[in-house]
Design a protein around this ligand. Sequence first.
Ligand SMILES: Cc1cc2nc3c(=O)[nH]c(=O)nc-3n(C[C@H](O)[C@H](O)[C@H](O)COP(=O)(O)OP(=O)(O)OC[C@H]3O[C@@H](n4cnc5c(N)ncnc54)[C@H](O)[C@@H]3O)c2cc1C
Length: 385
Amino acid sequence: MNSTKTIDVRTGVSLAEFTTLNIGGPARFFVRAENESQVSEAVAFASAKELDLFVLGGGSNILVSDAGFSGLVLQIALKGVISEPAAGGARLPSEPPVSIDVRHQPSASADGSDRDNISLSVQAGEEWDEFVAYCVDHDLAGIECLSGIPGLIGGTPVQNVGAYGQEVSETIVSVRCLDRITGDLAELTNSDCGFGYRTSIFNSTMRERYIVLSVTYRLQLGGEPKIVYKDVREYLENVSAGAGSVVTLRQTRDAVLQIRRAKSMVIHRNDPNSRSAGSFFKNPIVNKEKVADISLKMNTATVPHFIVDENLVKIPAAWLMESSGYKKGYTTGNVGLSTNHTLAIINRGNASALELVGFMTEIQSKVETDFGIDLKPEPVFVGFD
Ligand SMILES: Cc1cc2nc3c(=O)[nH]c(=O)nc-3n(C[C@H](O)[C@H](O)[C@H](O)COP(=O)(O)OP(=O)(O)OC[C@H]3O[C@@H](n4cnc5c(N)ncnc54)[C@H](O)[C@@H]3O)c2cc1C
């Protein structure tokens, strides 16, 4: 644990401004923690006062209730100490920019076969996309398809952030946490984290137990970009010199950013469609018989789906919503669907959490009635009973 500065406990802090939806009432108590000692101190404060504690990252995957949060909101702002020089294995071409605070570790395996891999430990309060940009700039492959996703490093293992055929679980080596039950530090390995589609132990079996302090990612120096997603492949085919030309990490990042911007999936203050929590519903995973049922019901042979395993398939939530009548731009009062992306519920200005929940429930009920599928929201609900 570093530093001993005591925490500054504020009261009645409006949470809306800390969320990308820009919705939500006040936190009864609010602490911004800039180092591990302050995290521990905040946890002790909450425990002594028997307060619920909510860990806030970049607020890009939460919906805060209009009443706010009656406990302590702990904002993670750990940027910490930097850079240990590599003692062997691959080396970074240069030091990270000041804004990115990483601890750089060699990751060569005993037989040297891992020598092109570089492990970077990044503090939980760093911006995720700045880290992605840093890796791409330094020819480090493994997270390039995750460009443009808002939020902080500490949020990435929580729902196993993923996009365009890549997930952080493919590169996370370990997660350093504070265990709220024991008060001890814990170093969880990748397999300890129980990663799955938009899930991990942090948002399921061990919800609210761990506070993520830093995450170690293993990237491949000089590795090739992962181009598996149709949209990305097609975009790159159009802009590159044609089949056979080598696609760089930079081109892949640029392609992903362009595709995301067209869907308002990159936050921009001048884009009202980006006032969202990203995709609001998870793509449901169902038995493959369900596809045949829907196909019969809709009288169509083309129900889009992706094979998960021999029994299960994933159906795009956006397709289900559109088939139930909820198309891009559908609105009700101050909330609606983005005009660029069916799956994003947006705050069209002064929306309340109550309105948004009403809108969400309306969509869920219709999809349930039409297809017998319960759409599960992706964002975390804060301050709701
Ligand atoms: C425009 C837009 C596009 C998006 N696109 C994608 C996408 O393509 N793929 C995707 O997976 N997600 C996407 N998201 C969702 C979101 O950006 C990610 O889930 C992100 O990782 C959340 O991080 P955060 O720091 O904002 O977490 P927050 O929203 O602050 O918190 C989310 C959850 O994580 C917990 N948490 C946060 N930090 C910590 C910590 N240090 N320790 C313990 N728990 C913590 C919180 O308690 C909460 O339960 C998008 C969101 C938006 C607004």
